[in-house]
Design a protein around this ligand. Structure first.
Ligand code: BEZ
Length: 396
């Protein structure tokens, strides 16, 4: 029989070994709740969508600053990649953020083709991804994933709303025109769906490759077709040029040009007279009179000395969503199931109004009809209340 003292020593050694083992087991989780939270911003900072990437970045950082510069007590370390709106470079760019920089969360991007590639990398690596713009329908449809969220919209939503508005206005014929990639095809596809269901007919669907802006031959075709209305999806620098070219060709005098709000959001300064009176549909309008929007616009103006646009709102809401999830797990990204459950169930007080997510983690929100007056996209009415996407084969 061992003396009591030895037993005590063995007991003490066992306890020490157990404590060390427990520490070893606990350390991965500990490291996920300590230190800086690594956020990878993968956005366009050059090219036709550069202004959109900058506005998203500003909006995201504003929400973080309003939260004391931290998320659930953790400071933020940003890793920034210019994705150039180039889908071919997207897998490498996303992999750099995940494997080289070891980010906890990726935020991006604007271009649907780039986002489709990013979402695949995020799914393959089980990295948290928040999409603050790109609307590719499939990402929150058949390709939905527990770790992928969107705080913007899906591409077909704005077209669905405008198709209904134009059918209600008894327009009979329409031409659609856009860049040939997911965003343009899905936006014009949504328009066609509801416009034709309401008794109209899309007589021609015109396309040009992204990001080309040689619109002249297509404008000549529109003039010859003489539809009752033209629905166009363009954004950023391309939207500025299209709206100006349309007016310069004199078409705005006879054929109303309408579209998703991307056609006139963040672009009115450059479009000037050419955009006046245009109707668009979007989940945001400049003068929305709710307390959150009023505070947001004032804070954005103070921080950046410029008016915010829809892209800034989407970046702001991406950070708001991250904060909800991180608060729920007290900053411990290791608690993934609780983190994504809290994000999925979030009710966000957004400058756009209330924002919730559907099963595929895509926004449920009101879509507004807006009219350009001076430098503002003025609220006209709610075009579709609480628009939510069909499940589209999402298996979450
Ligand atoms: C997109 O590629 O999904 C997109 C780009 C700019 C504005 C809206 C959508």
């Amino acid at each position: 029989m061992k003396p009591i003292g030895s037993l005590r020593r063995i007991g003490a050694m066992t306890a020490a070994a157990m404590a060390a083992g427990a520490l070893l087991l606990a350390s991965p989780a500990l490291s996920q709740q300590q230190g800086k939270l690594k956020v990878g911003l993968m956005l366009p900072y050059t090219g036709t969508y550069a202004a959109l990437g900058n506005a998203i970045t500003n909006g995201f950082k504003l929400a973080i600053e309003e939260n004391g510069g931290k998320v659930a007590g953790r400071e933020i370390e940003y890793f920034v990649v210019d994705d150039e709106s180039d889908p071919a470079k997207a897998p490498e760019n996303a992999n750099k953020l995940i494997k080289r920089d070891n980010v906890d969360v990726m935020v991006g991007t604007v271009h649907s083709g780039v986002a489709l590639a990013m979402a695949k990398v995020a799914r393959d690596n089980n990295t948290l991804l928040i999409i603050p713009n790109a609307g590719a329908d499939d990402i929150t449809g058949p390709l939905c994933a527990a770790n992928v969220f969107r705080t913007s919209f899906s591409n077909s939503q704005m077209g669905i709303a405008m198709g209904k508005v134009m059918a209600d206005q008894k327009k009979k014929t329409a031409v659609t025109i856009t860049w040939k990639y997911a965003a343009g095809e899905e936006s014009t596809g949504g328009f066609k769906e509801t416009f034709e269901a309401g008794g109209g007919k899309v007589v021609k669907e015109l396309f040009l490759p992204f990001p080309q802006v040689e619109f002249q031959p297509l404008l000549t075709e529109i003039a010859a077709l003489k539809p009752d209305v033209v629905y166009a999806f363009f954004a950023g620098g391309g939207a500025v040029k299209f709206v100006k070219d349309y007016a310069a060709a004199g078409l705005n005098k006879t054929i109303p040009l309408v579209g998703p709000g991307f056609l006139t959001d963040g672009t009115l300064e450059a479009q000037g007279d050419a955009a006046q009176g245009m109707l668009t549909t979007l989940h945001y309008a400049d003068g929305l009179n709710n307390p959150k929007n009023n505070a947001f616009r004032a804070a954005y103006m103070k921080a950046y000395k410029s008016e915010p646009d829809v892209y800034a709102v989407q970046g702001y809401d991406a950070a708001q969503l991250l904060i909800v999830g991180m608060n729920a797990v007290k900053g411990d990204t290791g608690k993934r199931a609780e983190l994504v459950a809290a994000m999925g169930a979030a009710k966000i007080d957004s400058p756009r109004g209330s924002l919730a997510l559907n099963k595929g983690h895509n926004p449920i929100h009101d879509i507004y009809l807006r009219k350009v007056e001076g430098k503002e996209n003025k609220y006209v009415s709610v075009a579709v209340k609480n628009l939510t996407d069909p499940p589209r084969g999402c298996k979450l």
